[in-house]
Design a protein around this ligand. Structure first.
Ligand SMILES: [Cu+2]
Length: 141
């Protein structure tokens, strides 16, 4: 009987660790606070990152809040699919906000651009499922 209890407890713990360890709650959202889809802006312009239901911390934070907080990434005109199994690379179209920043000033050439927010963990790995905003299209005058 005790053996069955241990097996059941172990199975539940394994399930919990794989299900919840790196998964923000379903209710968590990231979004642009000050930009709507279709907005027209003048460069340089500010972008404010919103989040509810999950926290923001610095990259590399291995403390106890690593499963309750991540850091923002801003995807700029990113068309290629991301490999969500790998840490997000540092490229000009994937900006990491390693200090836990929740806003930035962007300078982009005139024309249409897409922006999307993606939260990732202390190792720059996306959550499963990814915690990302809607991709918005803006026009820079
Ligand atoms: Cu990162």
């Amino acid at each position: 009987m005790n053996r069955i209890r241990i097996v059941v407890a172990g199975t539940v713990m394994l399930w919990m660790s794989t299900t919840f360890a790196h998964s923000p709650p379903d209710s968590a959202r990231v979004f642009f606070v000050n930009l709507q889809d279709g907005a027209t802006v003048t460069s340089p312009f500010s972008v404010i990152f919103g989040i509810t239901g999950f926290g923001v911390t610095t990259a590399g934070d291995k403390a106890k809040n690593k499963h309750t907080a991540g850091h923002h990434h801003l995807l700029i005109d990113l068309e290629r699919p991301l490999d969500m199994e790998q840490p997000l690379p540092y490229t000009k179209d994937i900006m990491h906000f390693d200090q836990g920043e929740t806003e930035t000033i962007l300078e982009l050439p005139a024309g249409q651009h897409t922006l999307q927010l993606l939260l990732a963990d202390e190792d720059h790995e996306s959550y499963d499922p990814p915690l990302m905003s809607k991709k918005i299209t803006i026009t820079v005058k």
